[in-house]
Design a protein around this ligand. Structure first.
Ligand code: PLP
Length: 384
């Protein structure tokens, strides 16, 4: 396929290098070393320190969230979020099959199981209309709880995901959740810097989880943060993330089985420096996505995925759709052989052995996407 050569050549031109091109590499030019060294000099490298508070405050300021709780990673953020909204043993949680495994693992950690509802093709996020349809056919409300009529289990929460940084239709999903008494947890792991109808992603749900893993738009090494607009939830989340320890000058008292999920100060220092670079990263990545978009317009067979209507995407990972699985696989093989890192979408979560027996709706759209999607290099370009 001559297309494949042309695409790889174009990517090399964008990054101006003949070396290996990763999918998404972090860049440290915001004084990271200084801040990390400050924590070492202060000895406050662990779960107490000023950078944890500073990161939480800065994230609140940037996103417009009332509260933010910094934790050890995005998966822990999802786990705590689900527990905080009351997800417990033997319940069910609606989510999308097109996501990273952590979304489902967090549900499983609570003793609950996933119910897979399809995504929309335009934004690759959970479809509010298909969710409503599925609920009308399969659920009923008893004693203010949403019950899956097929399994008899309570459906207590819903976890949509803002796929690859593109916001899903979160306002409509919220309406469906409210109608069915389902709590809403946004998996905003990939969408720091993405806005929907003027609001930062993660502000519509009861809670939202953002990831600062090394491959995300900004990184703390490992880390994540929970957003919520509810003061009681915020207090509960902070308490649960710090071993449910009761404040006291010296005594160790705990009123619950809590978690050691608080973000260390060392990681938060890295995060503070990274966050100061976010608007530069976003601008740089938007320019890259525009160049990709323009390039793929002259390749009628391959569709570049642009930000959905009403949304500003962070373009965390740029994605294209090939006409079919065969051509996708040829491109994956060729580009990776050439040292240009590209990746397919995740295997659909309902096809993994752990989640194979979970309830599913019709998943036509997710299957269509997963067969054809490829993520292409999306790092911030830094020629200095
Ligand atoms: C990265 C990611 C997570 C998990 O975040 P970690 O910080 O790696 O634990 C969860 N969900 C999605 C969709 C992600 O992309």
């Amino acid at each position: 396929m001559e297309f494949n050569t042309k695409i790889v050549d174009f990517i090399r031109e964008l990054y101006q290098t003949n070396e290996f091109i990763p999918l998404h590499a972090p860049i440290f030019q915001g004084g990271e070393k200084d801040l990390v060294c400050q924590t070492i000099d202060s000895t406050f490298v662990s779960s107490v320190g000023e950078f944890v508070d500073q990161l939480e405050e800065s994230i609140c300021e940037y996103t417009g969230s009332k509260y933010a709780i910094a934790v050890v990673n995005g998966t822990a953020a999802l786990h705590l979020s689900l527990l905080a909204v009351g997800v417990s043993q033997n319940q069910e949680v609606i989510t999308q099959p097109l996501s990273f495994v952590a979304t489902c693992n967090a549900i499983n950690y609570c003793g609950a199981s996933p119910v897979f509802i399809d995504v929309d093709l335009d934004d690759m996020g959970l479809s509010p209309t298909l969710m409503q349809k599925w609920l009308e056919a399969n659920a009923s409300i008893k004693a203010n709880q949403c019950i899956n009529k097929n399994t008899g289990k309570v459906i207590s929460a819903c976890v949509p995901m803002h796929s690859f940084g593109h916001p899903c239709k979160i306002d409509l999903i919220k309406q469906v959740c409210d109608q069915w008494n389902i709590r809403l947890v946004e998996d905003a792991a990939e969408s720091l810097g993405s806005f929907y109808k003027g609001k930062h992603t993660g502000l519509i749900g009861d809670v939202a989880a953002i990831s600062f893993n090394g491959n995300k738009i900004i990184t703390t090494g490992g880390g994540g943060i929970i957003l919520t607009q509810n003061k009681q939830l915020a207090q509960k989340l902070k308490h649960q993330s710090t071993t449910a320890k009761l404040p006291h000058p010296w005594e160790y008292n705990h009123d619950d089985v809590g978690f050691n999920y608080r973000m260390p100060n060392l990681n938060a220092a890295l995060g503070c420096a990274q966050l100061s670079q976010l608007s530069y990263f976003l601008e740089n990545k938007r320019e890259l996505s525009e160049q990709y978009s323009h390039f793929f317009k002259s390749h009628a067979d391959i569709k570049f995925i642009s930000e959905p209507v009403d949304a500003i995407s962070n373009y965390w990972l740029n994605c294209v759709l090939f006409p079919n699985r065969l051509q996708r696989d040829e491109f994956l093989r060729y580009s990776n052989d050439q040292g240009v890192m590209t990746r397919p979408a995740w295997t659909l979560l309902n096809e993994l052995p752990m989640y194979r027996d979970s309830p599913v709706g019709d998943l036509t759209n997710a299957k269509k996407l997963v067969d054809r999607l490829v993520s292409i290099p999306s790092s911030v370009r830094n020629f200095s």
